[in-house]
Design a protein around this ligand. Structure first.
Ligand code: 5AD
Ligand code: SF4
Length: 463
């Protein structure tokens, strides 16, 4: 995620000395967005003023992703660019997964960086910044299995939904994945703490929450599982929509599916990472399920939840991928008929088991490119067919923002469809019922069918 995130405007506190300003630029997944909100919260509590742009900020933090090589290349480039916004005393820090992965190596690669802080080190940020101001440089990359930043009040970005981390780290060891190395072991927040945060979010005027975790449905706080969490969050007064991302297919117990099916606020959409449609490939990826297991999981969910939308993640060109294995991925896409998919070319990450596979298993770039194109065409074709079949349907949208064209508004349905509607910008944050009138294949246009206004007020947050 690199699209600019903006902070809500707040009345300036009158203080004798101007507060030091902090700008955080966020890359990667929603967990990183949520972490940036925590960092802003922590720093605001220590007297910093958040700003929307790097120009002249006293502190610039780049919250990074390490999942694929190109994510890191972009950050290295951006760190160079940020130099021109620095004042002589500006402190630049690198946080997140790339900071965790590279540690002190970041300090060598970018001499203007003073701080390298991994995902479990944000509590120390104010102290580290004080040290950096005295000219010291720091690397803080220890894992802390207890860390949930429970006492930190997130300073949320503007928007109509709240991202709520419920679990940190990952105990799976998929052989391509750097996350277990960058985010450490899995741990869950206490259910009561999550519910309290959701209640606060409602008080701030939001009615949609997205529960976040690396394998979010393996959530367990010692007393409650993910089914309990869905029910507890889904019945908080004022909550209208609950989503979560990303689950692991192996952790969809019948209890979890039942909780989804019987909690009306839980939306009819699951992002269910598949990675590959081939059992032999899934074995090499250490995904711990077969093609048949994945299909069985999809069938159980679809039987329990009518109208369920499914999206997925797929990797192309993992070591040793044969033509046959790739065809299995295409055929699984055709069989499941995903609503959409994020598709990735395999990227070797230093230290992961995939890098120790025989070198002759490496798939040549041109083969990866051809397969990737075929996969994209297959997935887009299916999603286009699905979407054409939805025209004429009526659905409820939560209006999220002004669309990119600057005229229409953009909203989301419960089943995660993006719909553009002609309406006044004052309607951002409202629920609107529309009829789908057109589709580009990927997104829809719609017209409002009711003039009844139901306002979910926009957030008002204290510093
Ligand atoms: N190369 C390519 N894609 C990857 N992902 C994770 N690690 C890699 C990698 N090394 C993808 C997976 C995961 C998504 C978040 O990123 O599909 O589900
Ligand atoms: Fe990575 Fe696998 Fe954990 Fe997901 S489940 S974060 S892909 S190791």
């Amino acid at each position: 995620m690199s699209a600019p995130l903006s902070l809500p405007e707040l009345p300036d506190t009158v203080t004798a000395t101007p507060r030091p300003t902090v700008y955080i630029e966020t890359y990667g997944c929603q967990m990183n967005v949520a972490d940036s909100e925590l960092m802003y919260g922590k720093l605001v509590a220590h007297g910093y003023a958040p700003v929307d742009a790097p120009d002249g900020a006293d502190v610039i933090l780049v919250n990074t992703c390490a999942i694929r090589e190109n994510a890191e290349t972009r950050v290295i480039g951006r760190l160079g660019e940020l130099r021109r916004f620095m004042k002589p005393d500006t402190i630049v820090g690198v946080t997140g997964c790339m900071a965790q992965r590279l540690g002190a190596r970041v300090l060598d690669q970018a001499r203007h960086v003073s701080l390298v802080v991994g995902p479990d080190g944000y509590r120390a940020l104010p102290a580290l910044l004080d040290g950096a101001r005295r000219g010291e440089k720091f690397t803080a990359t220890d894992f802390d299995i207890e860390e949930h930043y429970e006492d930190v009040v997130a300073r949320r970005f503007e928007g109509v939904k709240a991202w709520i981390p419920v679990q940190r780290g990952c105990d799976y060891r998929c052989t391509y994945c750097i996350v277990p190395f960058t985010r450490g072991p899995e741990r869950s927040r206490k259910l009561a703490d999550v519910v309290r945060e959701v209640q606060q979010v409602v008080e701030q005027g939001l009615s949609e929450v997205v529960l976040l975790g690396q394998t979010v449905n393996s959530y367990h706080d010692g007393a409650h599982d993910f089914a309990d969490l869905l029910r507890a969050v889904g019945t908080v007064d004022g909550i209208r929509r609950v989503r979560y991302t990303s689950p692991h297919p192996n952790d969809f117990s019948d209890r979890v599916i039942e909780a989804m099916a019987t909690t009306p606020t839980v939306c009819e959409h699951v992002h269910l990472p598949m990675q590959s449609g081939s059992t032999s490939m899934l074995k090499r990826m250490l995904r711990r399920y077969s093609r048949e297991d994945y299909l069985e999981c999809v069938a159980r969910m679809r039987a329990a939840i009518p109208g369920l939308a499914l999206t997925t993640d797929i990797i192309v060109g993992f070591p040793g991928e044969t033509d046959e294995e790739f065809e299995d991925t295409l055929s699984l896409c055709r069989e499941v008929r995903f609503d959409d998919a994020f598709m990735f070319k395999f990227s070797a990450r230093e230290g992961t088991p995939a890098t120790r596979m025989p070198p002759e298993w490496t798939i040549p770039d041109d083969v990866v490119a051809t397969r990737f194109d075929r996969l994209v065409r297959t997935v887009r074709g299916i999603s286009r067919e699905n979407n054409l079949g939805r025209l004429g349907e009526t659905m409820e949208l939560l209006i999220e923002k002004v669309a990119r064209d600057g005229e229409l508004l953009q909203g989301r349905s419960r089943d995660f469809k993006t719909v553009m509607v002609p309406a006044d910008a004052a309607r951002i944050g409202e629920y609107l019922t529309v009829t789908l009138t057109g589709t580009t294949g990927a997104t829809f246009t719609g017209t409002p069918v009711t003039e009844r206004r139901e306002r979910a007020p926009l957030p008002m947050m204290g510093a």
